[in-house]
Design a protein around this ligand. Structure first.
Ligand code: SAM
Length: 490
């Protein structure tokens, strides 16, 4: 490894071995940066200018990733991100950006036909059967009266996420009220991100399926599975897939909370039994406990590993750095197949943790230093320029998440979403690399235009190792976050 490792002096405390103290230890791990790096100026080439002001008085909304900045930043410092009108203004800002730059860039999400069946019929009826407080409610269709009843819990859970993260998030899934709320609202919200990523990186899913066809079992590890969000999204994606499916599709669900795992298992089985295409193929196995320990028990090879919104909650540390053992074990099970996908909220803290984890995996030698070990989003294997500092790597896709009940609950929360927002990292397996050619002058656009003023110089940040490139483009050009461009004169 050519890079010096001294950069990996992490601020986070080592993980406490005593499970009773885990909440405290995990609290320490949340919100920290484990690759402290100093202020930077923009990199050399192109039309580059001044340093970006860094890290002062910033807050990011958990779901939207909107940031409050102080008077020296771009946003005014009297804004309160927990204020709904502020959030609406920020959403509108994104919409305006899209309009004056010409429209969205990442393709709309192609939701499988079974999405609406699952989220409008199957899931609400299942939740009503299992979580209604009165026996007489069970076995009947989910109505708007049920919607109003469950909305109360969804509001409370949404408040809990907004108020308590990242410091003191209790074991919310221990309560039935929160499990049902998570399934009715957060499962489709987070599941939609996985659908978007499976669409965007279909070759990675192809590699996972090919592994399953070759070995006879497509084995998926869902780490921090909750109600099997990522696995359900994958199963719905596989249902819509043309071509042969592996004879066995095994989901291994890991979570510390056994009740939510059982819910996830039941939902996966229900989907498996509801479609002739899946009948007899789907099996589910549960691993209850701390996933960073239980994963070490796995011995069989794996086609795909999925982490959904877990980094945000807990990352195991040893001597102030992530413990490499569980990661190297997972990679050893993933010689072929689709690799490891992490999906996280679009907010700054989880996104930067993900960027730092990415740098760590390269710098620790857990993966070879080539961009072909990455399905997305990065086009290089140098250090992530967004791992610290004011900006962070995240993506947004215009469009609504389908489903009448998701619409109902979103409206009830006053959080009707026109954008799907997320951050992610998808590492390939060791031998099924991303073979897409990467031209030396190809760059990922990291931001929307930096100014909203249509008269201002048009600038975006482009992804380059260490320091983002501030790039000026012509008024006739259209650039938006998530696009890829070929730089001239490179
Ligand atoms: C926000 S939920 C995400 C659930 C699901 N992956 C999703 O994307 O919707 C985080 C889940 O991670 C689980 N979790 C967090 N830390 C864990 C750990 N160390 N071991 C096992 N499960 C963990 C929690 O119990 C919870 O179910």
């Amino acid at each position: 490894m050519s890079r010096e490792k001294t950069r990996l002096k992490m601020k986070l405390k080592p993980r406490d071995a005593n499970p009773e103290n885990r909440e405290e230890a995990s609290t320490t791990a949340r919100g920290g940066q484990f690759l402290p790096r100093g202020k930077k100026t923009f990199g050399p080439a192109g039309k580059i200018s001044r340093p970006i002001p860094r890290d002062e008085d910033e807050m990011a909304d958990e779901e939207t990733g909107v940031t409050r900045r102080n008077a020296r930043g771009r946003e005014s410092d009297d804004l309160d991100p927990s204020d709904e009108s502020f959030q609406r203004r920020m959403e509108t800002r994104d919409e305006k950006n899209a309009r004056f730059t010409g429209g969205p860039v990442l393709p709309e999400v192609d939701f499988p036909a079974s999405w609406t069946w699952f989220f409008d019929e199957c899931l609400p009826a299942w939740v009503k059967d299992h979580y209604s407080p009165k026996e007489s409610w069970k076995g009947k269709p989910f109505t708007s009266e049920d919607g109003k009843f469950f909305l109360k819990g969804i509001r409370d859970l949404s408040d809990l996420f907004t108020d308590d993260r990242p410091k003191q998030l209790p074991d919310y899934l221990a309560h039935g009220k929160y499990r049902s709320s998570y399934m009715l609202y957060f499962l489709p919200l987070q599941g939609a991100k996985f659908i978007a990523l499976f669409n965007q990186h279909s070759k990675a899913v192809d590699a996972a399926v090919a592994h399953g066809l070759e070995t006879g079992t497509m084995r998926i590890m869902d780490l921090g599975a909750g109600p099997a969000t990522a696995s359900i999204a994958l199963l719905l994606n596989l249902l819509a897939r043309k071509g042969e499916l592996p004879p066995k599709i095994e989901f291994v669900l890991f979570d510390q909370n056994s009740a939510i795992l059982k819910d996830g298992e039941s939902l996966l089985r229900k989907i498996g039994e509801s479609f002739p295409k899946m009948r007899g193929r789907v099996t589910v196995r549960l691993q209850v406990g701390d996933l960073w320990q239980t994963v070490l028990r796995e011995k069989n090879d794996v086609s795909l590993a999925l982490f959904g919104h877990t980094l945000n909650e807990y990352l195991p540390m040893r001597d102030g750095r992530p413990d490499p053992k569980p990661f190297s074990h997972i990679f050893s099970l993933l010689k072929f197949g689709g690799g490891i996908l992490w999906a996280e909220p679009a907010a700054k803290m989880p996104s930067q943790m993900l960027s730092q984890l990415r740098d760590y995996l390269f710098e620790e030698g857990l993966i070879e230093e080539t961009p072909h070990r990455i399905w997305g989003p990065c086009l290089h294997s140098g250090r992530c320029p967004m791992a610290v500092g004011r900006d962070w790597c995240h993506f947004s896709i215009a469009g609504k998440i389908p489903g009448k009940w998701f619409g109902f609950f979103s409206k009830g929360l006053s959080k009707e979403k026109e954008w799907l927002k997320y951050s992610y990292l998808w590492i390939t397996s060791e031998r099924d690399l991303n073979s897409s050619p990467i031209a030396p002058n190809l760059r990922l656009v990291l931001t929307d235009p930096l100014s909203r003023d249509p008269r201002a110089k048009k600038e975006v940040l482009l992804c380059e190792p260490e320091i983002p490139l501030r790039y000026t483009f012509s008024p006739t050009e259209f650039l938006r976050r998530g696009m890829k461009i070929l730089l001239k004169n490179r």
